[in-house]
Design a protein around this ligand. Sequence first.
Ligand code: ZN
Ligand code: FE
Ligand code: FE
Ligand code: ZN
Length: 252
Amino acid sequence: MYDCHTHPLGHEGGDYTIERLRPFVERGMAAGLKGLAFTDHEWYHRQIDAEVVERLREEYPSFKVLLGLEVDYKPGREEELREIIAEKPYDFVIGSVHHLGSWEFDHPDYRDKYNRWDINALFEEYFTVVAQAVETGLFQQVGHFDLIKVFGYRYQGELLEVVEPVLQKIKEQGMVVEVNTNGLNKPVQEAYPTREIIQRCLALDIPLTLSSDAHEPRQVGQYFNKIRPLLRSMGCRQLAHFEQKKMVIEDF
Ligand code: ZN
Ligand code: FE
Ligand code: FE
Ligand code: ZN
């Protein structure tokens, strides 16, 4: 298994040093992973130093160290993002939606804003923006596909009907959906995406990646041993990761 979403700079930023990154690799190896990807938030893109990652690759030849980026997609940012992505030799880029307008809807400080929305309309709005992110063609992996459920609000009715057009676009673009275990640390207490959406991805042959979304080393590979039997019970036998923008599929 590969952990395809980690944040060595967390939310503090600071220097991108080998000392900062090494504990993530050590934790990944201890957890029995075959590799991991550093995918810091795009607002730290200037700090990210591909040479530090290259040095880690030399230090750990038996462990695959990948460099990605988690982009905060908002409609209208396409050209700016295209430039940021082109700056460094990223193996892949995660497209994530954390904002609706100026509302950072996954931040606990702004949770009260959910009360201003009809929850079904909110889910539909969120997935409209995810679909726009997918359509840009800028990304290889969709980050925490149904993040809008983070505080436990649920769509009333057939969620699969809302997400089907988005999944079709993901398939057309040849993208992957990450199974992000960090949801287990959040009020919703389940991975992203929800089980029925994972099932639909498998039915559509949309490849999956595994992600902890670790913001500190001890979180690398977190809950993977819990999610693995669940995925296998759903018929999933292979997982993806990206090397130099090429998808690699392996048994797990
Ligand atoms: Zn973060
Ligand atoms: Fe995110
Ligand atoms: Fe993240
Ligand atoms: Zn994330």
